[in-house]
Design a protein around this ligand. Structure first.
Ligand code: FAD
Length: 282
C-alpha cells in the first residue's frame, strides 16, 4: 500500500451548461477519496473565466477539498491580470497554478501576443503580491516546452518561477518514467528545490492519445499507440490505458516523486481505478 502518498486531480470547467451537474457529481466522487487538491483549468485567453470561477467556487463550498485555480496571463495588461487574481481571491481561492498560456491559434509566440506579463514567473510574482500566503503551483515540462529554443531553457524558466515565489510544480504529462526521472535530476542539478509533482494522464483510447500528442507537441509513444490501436474493444483499450498509467505512477513514486497529479478528463472511474491499483486508495 502507498496509503500516505499525496495525490490530486485536474478537471476542466463544463463546456456546455448542461454538463455542469455531471461535473459536480464527478467532483463529489473525486473529493470523496481525499485528494490534496483538485485543480480546474482556465480556458485560453480567459475564455472560461466565469465557468472556471464557478467550478472552483463549487469545490470550495461543497467539498472539504482545496480547489486550485489555473490562471493564465497571456494577452493581459498588468491591471487585467491583477483584477483576475483579485476576483478569484475575493471568491476565497487561495491556491493557484500560475501559467503564461498560449498564443491564440495561428498567432506567433511574439511579444505582441504576450501582453504585459511575459512569463508565468511574472504571474507568480503578481499572485504573491496580492496573496502573500497563497499556495502557488507552476507548470514544468519533462520533455521540454514546445517554444523552448535551447536545452536548458525550461529549467531556466522553472528557476525563474521558483525565484518569483512558486511553491511547487506540476509536470506536463509524459509517457515514459525516465522522462520525469531524468528531468528531476537535471532540475535539481541546476538548483530547482521545489517539489516536482508528476502529472499522469491515463489515456484510454487511441483517438484521444493522437489528440493529446497534437496539443502537447509530445512525441507519439509508439508502444502505447500500437497497443491501443490493436485492442478490439473499449474495455480492452481502457485496461491498457489504466495499466500504463499504473506502471508510470509506480515507477515515478519508487524514484521519489512527492505524489501524483492525475488528469481526470472530468470522469472519476478511470483515475480512481489507477489510484486503487497503485495502492494509494482502497
Ligand atoms: P512559462 O513558464 O512562462 O514559459 C514557457 C516557456 O518559455 C518556457 O518553458 C521556456 O521555454 C520559455 N521561458 C519562459 N521564461 C523563461 C526564462 N525566464 N528563461 C528562459 N526561458 C523562459 N494552458 C491554459 O491555457 N490553461 C490551463 O489551464 C493550462 N493548464 C496547464 C497545466 C499544466 C500542468 C501544464 C504543464 C500546462 C498547462 N497549460 C494550460 C499550458 C500552458 O499554458 C502552456 O504550456 C504555455 O505555452 C506556457 O505556459 P507556462 O506557464 O509554462 O509558461
Amino acid at each position: 500500500m502507498r496509503a500516505k502518498t499525496p495525490f490530486s486531480f485536474e478537471v476542466y470547467p463544463p463546456r456546455k451548461p448542461e454538463m455542469q451537474d455531471a461535473l459536480h457529481d464527478t467532483i463529489q466522487k473525486l473529493a470523496s477519496v481525499g485528494p490534496e487538491y483538485i485543480t480546474v483549468t482556465y480556458g485560453a485567453n480567459g475564455s472560461s473565466r466565469d465557468s472556471s470561477l464557478e467550478c472552483v467556487s463549487y469545490i470550495r463550498q461543497n467539498t472539504a477539498i482545496d480547489p486550485l485555480a489555473h490562471l493564465t496571463c497571456v494577452g493581459s495588461t498588468r491591471e487585467e491580470a491583477e483584477a483576475l487574481v483579485r476576483q478569484f481571491y475575493g471568491a476565497g481561492i487561495r491556491s493557484f497554478l500560475a501559467l503564461r498560456g498560449d498564443a491564440p491559434e495561428g498567432a506567433e509566440a511574439t511579444e505582441d501576443f504576450l501582453g504585459e506579463l511575459k512569463t508565468a514567473a511574472d504571474l507568480v510574482a503578481l499572485i504573491r503580491s496580492v496573496s502573500p500566503y497563497a499556495r502557488i503551483a507552476v507548470a514544468a515540462f519533462p520533455n521540454g516546452h514546445p517554444d523552448s529554443q535551447r536545452e536548458n531553457q525550461d529549467i531556466e524558466a522553472l528557476l525563474a518561477k521558483q525565484a518569483a515565489g512558486a511553491d511547487f510544480a506540476i509536470t506536463q504529462l509524459f509517457f515514459t518514467a525516465s522522462d520525469y526521472i531524468d528531468f528531476v535530476a537535471r532540475a535539481r542539478a541546476a538548483g530547482v528545490t521545489i517539489p516536482l509533482t508528476p502529472g499522469i494522464m491515463p489515456v484510454t483510447n487511441a483517438n484521444r492519445l493522437a489528440r493529446i500528442v497534437e496539443i502537447t507537441g509530445l512525441e507519439t509513444p509508439r508502444e502505447l499507440t500500437d497497443a491501443l490501436t490493436s485492442a478490439t474493444t473499449k474495455e480492452e483499450q481502457r485496461a491498457i490505458g489504466i495499466a500504463h498509467a499504473v506502471d508510470l505512477a509506480n515507477a515515478v513514486l519508487d524514484a521519489g516523486a512527492p505524489g501524483i497529479h492525475l488528469y481526470a478528463f472530468n470522469e472519476h472511474e478511470t483515475v480512481l481505478e489507477v489510484l486503487r491499483h497503485v495502492g494509494v486508495i482502497e
